[in-house]
Design a protein around this ligand. Structure first.
Ligand code: IMP
Ligand code: MG
Length: 176
């Protein structure tokens, strides 16, 4: 198994923290007086969720889901497997899904439909990164940290073969 080689720093920890503050303040405003549920998508969203949630001044509950795509061939059909389901009841609740990156959009569009079917009152998406060139389904995150171009990103939760999630900055995979 190879770790690959990585590039230089693309987005610093300081920039990410600053962005989390801005987005946290925006969410605080947008949901004033409401109690929200943040749903983090394991495992990539963990560091970003930790930053953003500290910056939201609202009553909130957090939960996590783990999902995986059914392999490349069926990916475009939007078939996603749930490996860890919700523990909290979301019926009638205002939900924000927290993700590491929106690439094809397949995962998030599936999750949106799933959470709707579980009775969520509203669903918004908050992603650390957006890779618009990768999009295969029409989906847009409501709160986006940074837009990246079409390369394989690692660090700050994002992995290559489960490695590099612990990097305190965003970089890219230069070669495998
Ligand atoms: P989707 O293609 O939008 O469904 O992306 C689903 C998942 O693919 C993301 O949550 C990431 O875990 C992973 N992913 C997509 N692009 C990248 C990348 O550039 N680096 C690391 N993981 C990625
Ligand atoms: Mg992920």
């Amino acid at each position: 198994m190879s770790n690959g080689t990585i590039g230089t720093v693309l987005i610093t920890e300081e920039q990410i923290r600053e962005k989390a503050k801005e987005i946290g303040a925006q969410i605080t405003k947008d949901y004033a007086g409401k109690e929200i549920i943040l749903i983090g998508i394991l495992r990539g969203a963990v560091p970003w969720m930790a930053e953003v949630m500290k910056r939201i001044e609202l009553d909130m509950v957090i939960d996590f889901m783990a999902v995986s795509s059914y392999g490349a061939a069926t990916k475009s059909s939007g078939v996603v497997k749930i490996n860890k389901d919700l523990d909290v009841n979301i019926d009638g609740r205002d939900i924000i899904i927290v993700e590491d990156i929106v690439d094809s959009g397949v995962t998030l569009s599936y999750l949106e439909g799933y959470l709707q079917s579980r009775g969520a009152a509203s669903i918004k998406l908050c992603s650390l990164l957006d890779k618009p060139e990768g999009r295969r389904v029409d989906i847009k995150a409501d709160y986006v940290g940074f837009t990246v171009d079409d390369r394989f990103i690692v660090g700050y939760g994002l992995d290559y073969d489960q490695r590099y999630r612990n990097l305190p900055y965003i970089t890219w995979l230069e070669s495998e």
